[in-house]
Design a protein around this ligand. Structure first.
Ligand code: MG
Ligand code: ZN
Length: 203
């Protein structure tokens, strides 16, 4: 049993908008996506570390009729190509298209996959064999931190995107992210430093 557990993979779950790219609301094409310049480096470092890089993104714009699902898939395809050109890779991209008041029955759902619900992580665990308790979650919103806590991962809040608004909102709820980082790259560096420190005994 413990042998099997030890073989499970660890992931760094990543929010998308406001974390990897600028949050511009409901982008409907890759032209509207502005990747933060350091994100390529950050994902490449995750890849080199042995952690899986897994995007978990709420995309209720689909249920709201503002984004077509095929366009979202196209964005993720182009984004993956863009990262691959820079030798960076996502091991999984999960999204929640649902919206409770959607006009479209297929998207009208009080779902279990909208963050902070754990559905996207559960799917990733099934697909990629991840131990969430030894994983991390990086994002800019309150629901990202709650999602991280819900799946037993270590949550980090970024100050990009909605981060500066999320910080006081989290404090009001008495929730403290394990780490507050300026950017995705800072967050990844912090995780990898922390992991190295844990592995090597200090002199
Ligand atoms: Mg976000
Ligand atoms: Zn959903």
């Amino acid at each position: 049993m413990s042998k099997i557990l030890r073989m499970k993979k660890r992931a760094i779950f990543l929010d998308r908008d406001g974390t990897i790219n600028r949050d511009v609301g409901y982008p409907n094409s890759y032209d509207m996506i502005e990747i933060y310049p350091y994100s390529f480096d950050a994902v490449r470092k995750i890849n080199a570390s042995g952690f899986l890089a897994v995007i978990v993104t709420n995309q209720s714009g689909i249920g709201r009729g503002l984004i077509q699902e095929k366009n979202l898939l196209d964005i993720h395809r182009k984004m993956s190509v863009d990262f691959a050109k820079r030798k960076a890779r996502f091991d999984g991209i999960y999204y929640c298209p649902h919206y409770l008041k959607s006009d479209f029955p297929e998207y009208r759902k009080d779902c279990s996959c909208r963050k902070p619900n754990p559905g996207m992580a559960k799917q990733a665990v099934r697909d990629l064999d991840i131990n969430t308790a030894k994983s991390y979650m990086i994002g800019d919103k309150v629901e990202d931190i709650l999602f991280g806590l819900n799946i037993g991962a270590t949550p980090l809040l970024l100050l990009t995107g909605y981060g500066r608004k999320s910080l006081p909102a989290l404090r009001e709820r008495g929730i403290q992210p394990v780490k507050v980082a300026e950017t995705l790259l800072d967050a990844v560096d912090w995780i990898l430093d922390r992991e190295n420190t844990g592995r090597r005994p200090k002199p």
